[in-house]
Design a binder for this molecule. Structure first.
Ligand code: NAD
Length: 360
């Protein structure tokens, strides 16, 4: 038995509801793969602010740094919107990501079973699509300096800087190749090398890193074309690696193939501790009503198994249980004709039952 320390930070809104279901799944799957869990729960976001006056208390940050992985629900909500920017719930999350040096964000977009009909794209376009966007998370134009708004020649000017160092590109390219090697070995690097020198440099370095991965098939695509191709023919993609801003936009575009926010897990990796969270927010409009879809959070547990603990099979086991459950049951956000509508808690229980049946 290996022991893994996992920090659970349920957060705000529907965060605690979906986290409760995900933790049940975590507890079920871990022993099957000889993992002994040491779970610690700490507050983050608005809940943490209410308790301590800060959205990321030191004890939460220390616990995160001392864990093998972090599972986070969601943060934010109207209650905390009037607060000063520096103590808003979302600041807590951003600080946690940066303190843990999570420079690679993994956002898979796959169609699970007959959810193909929940997509706004034609079934024949999305059926079988399964892609992963690897987004650089801590550099690029969102962080580059100089930045700001100032007066120049009698008028106001807004400016930001797109800057990437060689080491930043190397490390994200390496993650891209490593992920691709665990998938179908195809990596598409997305840039605007035709107009931006910084991404011409990106292309050069990604190509160089590719020499260490001779079995991976590397291609390059301009960001505007990539946006179009994701909608036109998503099945052509396996793994995409790209800058912070292009990744922000392309991962949302890719996500919409799947139809619902409630189905999208994510992982942020790079430092010594990986963080796993659903893509959705705290959904204050449905919080406390047992309506939330817990599957994005449950699938995030699968990503933890795969990317922090190298347990691909555990992730596959969770995905299979989710697909099986979806054949009969749906939460309201993905409800379809012929299926039985259930709430958050029951959806968690059904996935658990499916796992139990497959492992009895
Ligand atoms: P949201 O993702 O919380 O909700 C958008 C819509 O999707 C809502 O109608 C909601 O009910 C629905 N939805 C989201 N997750 C769902 C689920 N699991 N099951 C069923 N329906 C679901 O985005 P928002 O409304 O723009 O933001 C609400 C709050 O969440 C804000 O304070 C925002 O800052 C915060 N937020 C946090 C994160 C995070 O913690 N990572 C991400 C995005 C937004």
């Amino acid at each position: 038995m290996t022991t893994k320390k996992i920090l659970i930070t349920p957060g705000d809104g529907i965060g605690p509801e979906v986290t409760e279901q995900a933790v049940q799944i975590l507890k079920k799957v871990a022993p099957i793969f000889d993992l002994q869990l040491e779970l610690t729960e700490k507050p983050v976001g608005g809940t943490a602010y209410d308790l301590t006056g800060t959205p990321l208390p030191d004890e939460t940050l220390d616990a995160a740094k001392n864990s093998d992985a972090v599972l986070l629900g969601a943060v934010g909500g109207p209650k905390w919107e009037p607060l000063d920017f520096s103590v808003r719930p979302e600041r807590g999350l951003l600080k946690l990501r940066s303190e843990l040096e999570l420079y690679a964000n993994l956002r898979p977009a796959a169609i699970y079973g007959d959810l193909v009909n929940a997509s706004t794209l034609k079934p024949e376009v999305v059926d079988g699509a399964d892609l992963m966007v690897v987004r650089e998370l801590t550099g690029g134009i969102y962080f580059g300096k100089p930045r700001g708004v100032e007066e120049r020649n009698g008028e106001r000017v807004g400016f930001n800087t797109l800057v990437y160092s060689e080491s930043e590109i190397r490390r994200i390219a390496k993650v891209g190749f490593e992920i691709a090697m665990k998938r179908r070995r195809k990596l598409t690097s997305v840039d605007k090398a035709n107009v931006l020198e910084s991404t011409e440099f990106w292309r050069e370095i990604v190509t160089e890193v590719g020499k260490d991965f001779p079995d991976a098939e590397l291609s390059h695509m301009y960001a505007d074309n990539a946006a179009m191709q994701i909608i036109r023919d998503p099945k052509q993609f396996d793994t995409m690696v790209t800058t912070n801003m292009f990744g922000d936009i392309l991962s949302d575009a890719a996500a919409m193939m799947t139809g619902s926010l409630g189905m999208l897990p994510s992982a942020s990796i790079g430092g010594s501790v990986g963080m796993y969270e659903p893509v959705h927010g705290s959904a204050p409009d449905i919080a406390g009503e047992d309506k939330a879809n817990p599957l994005a959070m449950i699938l995030s547990v699968g990503m933890m198994m795969r990317y922090s603990f190298d347990l691909t099979e555990a992730d596959e086991m969770i995905i299979n249980a989710v697909v099986e459950t979806l054949e009969k049951y749906r939460t309201v956000d993905i409800m379809a004709e012929g299926k039985t509508q259930i709430g958050c808690r029951e959806m968690g229980e059904k996935v658990l039952q499916s796992l139990e049946q497959n492992n009895s």
